[in-house]
Design a protein around this ligand. Sequence first.
Ligand code: HEC
Ligand code: HEC
Length: 291
Amino acid sequence: MFKKILKIAGIVLGSVVALVALFYTKVYFSTEARINKRYDITARALPVAYDSASYELGGRLIVAKGCTDCHGEDLGGKIFVDDPALGLLVAKNLTYGKGGLPSSYDEYDWTLALKHGVRRNMKPLLFMPSHEFTRLTDQDLAAIISHASRVPNVDRELPENSLGPIGRILTDLDKLPLLPAEMINHQSTQVKLVKQEVSIDFGKYLSVACEGCHRSNMKGGAPVAPGFPVVADITSTGNPGKWTEEQFLNTLRTGHTPEGKQLNPKEMPWTMTKAYTDVELKALYVYLTSL
Ligand code: HEC
Ligand code: HEC
């Protein structure tokens, strides 16, 4: 009797292990195929200018759009996720120093990365939020390239990206934005220039930088990745709906909320929103509280 139970238990356990292995094999090969896909894209040239005005605007935008949060203040790159289950995610050294971009990496390559989310060999970049950057105007993108391609060289050699089992499973279930190239309409036309003024339209344009976490309706929801906090509702039904414009500006510049909370810049990147102008923050306030 005991032997029989043991045998049945063995068969059940064996089948479970076999099923899990089968499932993971499927996940592994389907994510590998997506990571190694080569995109057939021709990028449109952007009006990159190397004058001081573009350099200055670009310098503000690389902070305001979060480039420095991931790639480091010197753009020399850094590891931003190191978790055996999720994976090792490394924001590349974007300078032309040791461990950085090759000296032949030109405007076209920058455009492919920012506008289309692919690298030189036309394979997709991992976890680089190009699906947001592709919605910036040509003027903003050009200024970013003008600045980012001319920062001082940083010698920093970093490991390659690698994906852990949970990272693969979440990607397979479309719960992790690992492959922004898949979320981009590569035929899309130019983004319409928005007038920089305190308006709902301009606020909406700027809110693309908040979408990755606060969702496209700005109502927040589940944490963006395991280990992160629940994302706040930042529309009229959330706390910002109760704040004055001044309190909103102050929160996004200092991370102190009127309720007395100190936001952690690793979770809510106010180090990024700190770089916004008064007009930009006021436009965001008008837009968010209109929702
Ligand atoms: C959420 C983090 C994150 C943010 C924000 C981010 N990046 Fe990245 N970026 C990455 C990661 C990760 C990679 C490496 C992807 C890979 O190698 O698969 C990358 C790669 C790149 C590359 C590609 C280099 C190559 O190998 O071709 C460029 C160019 C780049 N980023 C520029 C920028 C700029 C400019 C900004 C701001 C407008 C920015 N990134 C914002 C995470 C980020
Ligand atoms: C990387 C993810 C991420 C991005 C990008 C992001 N946020 Fe947040 N934000 C969060 C999280 C998570 C919280 C909640 C933090 C907490 O509860 O400690 C939060 C909280 C806030 C709060 C405070 C809400 C409250 O109830 O106290 C405001 C305001 C806010 N975000 C505005 C913005 C705006 C505006 C943008 C875009 C310009 C933005 N966030 C972009 C993740 C993000």
